[in-house]
Design a protein around this ligand. Structure first.
Ligand code: MG
Length: 380
C-alpha cells in the first residue's frame, strides 16, 4: 500500500512524537501485574447471624433465648476487617434498623479512605441520631482493617500492655434460685461474678448465690428499682453481702435521685443505661462513681477511647462491659481493657454458637491474641 508524501510525514511525525513523549514519560505504559487494582474505598458486606444463649437470658427488662447480631466485613487491598453490631431494643435498635444504618453509611465507606479512620469514624457517628450498635460494627471493622494492614494487634497500636488486662466478671442471669446456684457452679473458673437483680425476689436470689459461693459479687439492677427509697434499702442490705459495686440502681432519667442515693451509701454506683457517649459523662460525675462503657452504646472503639479519657479526667472509675456479643465485638473491647478498672466482657461466653475465635479467658483473666488487628479467626 502506497501513501502520499503528505501522509508519510503525518504518520511518521505522529510516531516520532509518540516516541518522544514516551521517553519523556508523558504516555502511560501499561504495566501487567497480578496485584488487584486498588479500589478507592472499601468493599462492604454484612450478614445477620443468630446467636443462641446457653441459658435463657433474663434481666430486669425481659427474657430471650437468642440474639440477632449483624456482622460487617470491610475489604480492601486483599485485607478484610470484621465488625459486629449487637442491637438492643432498650436503645430502639433491631437488626433491621442496624442494616438500614449500615446501608446509609455505604457510600461513605465505598468512597472514603479507610486510612482516614478518625475522620471517617466521626462522619459515621454523625449520619443520624442513635443506631450506635450499627456504627460500632463499622468502626470495629475499620480499626480491624487498619491494624491488620499495619500488621499489629490493636492493643499494640494503642500502646497498651497486654499483661495489664483486668479480670472479667461472669454474669449470672436471673433465674430460679436452684438454676442460679447451678450457674454459679458452671462459672467455677471465674473469680468474680456479676449478678442481675431488679425483680421482686432479689433477697432470695442473693441468698441462694451466697449459699454456694463467697466470691466477690458485682450487682446490676438494670434500672429495676423504681424509687430512691427502694434502692437505698436494697443497697444498704447489699453492703453486708460482699458486693463490690452496684450498677444502674435507678432508671437513667433519675439523676437527682441517684445523687441523693449516692450520698447515703458506701457502695460505688456505676452508670450503665445512663451513659452512651463521652458527652453524657460530665453531668453524671455528680451522681455516679463510675461508668460502664460498651462499644455498642458508644458507637465503636474510637468513641470508647474518648469516653475513657473523659471519665479519667473526671476521676471516675471505668468499667468495660458488653451486650450479648460474639468474639468479634468482645475481642475489640478486650483490646482496650488494659485502660480500665473493671471488665465485664463475657458476652461470647454466654452463647453456644460463637462463629469466631479471639480473646480467651484464663481463670477470668482476659488473654489478648497476638495476631494482627483484633486477632479474630474466622470470616463471614
Ligand atoms: Mg448493666
Amino acid at each position: 500500500m502506497s501513501m502520499t508524501r503528505k501522509e508519510f510525514f503525518k504518520t511518521t511525525g505522529k510516531a516520532l512524537a509518540a516516541a518522544g513523549a514516551l521517553r519523556a514519560g508523558l504516555i502511560p505504559v501499561p504495566i501487567f501485574s497480578c496485584a488487584p487494582t486498588p479500589e478507592k474505598g472499601v468493599r462492604l458486606s454484612y450478614k445477620k447471624i443468630r446467636l443462641f444463649l446457653k441459658h435463657t437470658w433474663t434481666i430486669a427488662r425481659g427474657s430471650s433465648d437468642f440474639k440477632d447480631n449483624v456482622f460487617v466485613r470491610l475489604e480492601k487491598d486483599g485485607v478484610y476487617g470484621l465488625g459486629e453490631a449487637a442491637p438492643n431494643i432498650r436503645y430502639q435498635e433491631t437488626w433491621e434498623s442496624t442494616v438500614e444504618l449500615i446501608e446509609k453509611a455505604r457510600s461513605l465507606l465505598e468512597e472514603g479512605d479507610p486510612w482516614k479512620f478518625g475522620e471517617l469514624g466521626h462522619r459515621i457517628l454523625a449520619i443520624a441520631e442513635g443506631q450506635t450498635a450499627a456504627k460500632a460494627a463499622l468502626d470495629i471493622a475499620l480499626m480491624d482493617w487498619v491494624t491488620k494492614k499495619l500488621r499489629v494487634p490493636l492493643y499494640r497500636y494503642l500502646g497498651l500492655d497486654k499483661s495489664k488486662t483486668p479480670l472479667t466478671s461472669f454474669t449470672i442471669g436471673i433465674d430460679t434460685p436452684e438454676v442460679m446456684k447451678a450457674k454459679v457452679k458452671e462459672a467455677e473458673e471465674f473469680p468474680l461474678l456479676k449478678i442481675k437483680v431488679g425483680l421482686k425476689n432479689d433477697e432470695e436470689i442473693l441468698g441462694a448465690i451466697r449459699s454456694v459461693t463467697d466470691k466477690p459479687l458485682r450487682v446490676d439492677a438494670n434500672e429495676g428499682w423504681k424509687s430512691k427509697e427502694e434502692a437505698l434499702e436494697k443497697i444498704r442490705w447489699l453492703e453486708g453481702m460482699g458486693v463490690e459495686f452496684i450498677e444502674q440502681p435507678l432508671p437513667s432519667s433519675m439523676l437527682e435521685e441517684t445523687k441523693w442515693l449516692r450520698e447515703r451509701v458506701k457502695l460505688p454506683i456505676i452508670a450503665d443505661e445512663a451513659v452512651k457517649s463521652a458527652r453524657d459523662i460530665p453531668r453524671l460525675a455528680t451522681a455516679y462513681d463510675g461508668i460502664n462503657i460498651k462499644l455498642m452504646k458508644a458507637g465503636g472503639v474510637q468513641e470508647a477511647l474518648r469516653m475513657i479519657a473523659m471519665a479519667k479526667s473526671l476521676g471516675m472509675k471505668i468499667m468495660l462491659g458488653c451486650m450479648i456479643e460474639s468474639s468479634v465485638a468482645i475481642s475489640a473491647a478486650a483490646h482496650l481493657s488494659p485502660l480500665v478498672d473493671y471488665a465485664d466482657l463475657d458476652g461470647n461466653l454466654l452463647i453456644s454458637n460463637d462463629p469466631f475465635e479471639g480473646v480467651r479467658t484464663e481463670k477470668g483473666r482476659l488473654i489478648l491474641p497476638d495476631r494482627p488487628g483484633l486477632g479474630i479467626k474466622g470470616d463471614l
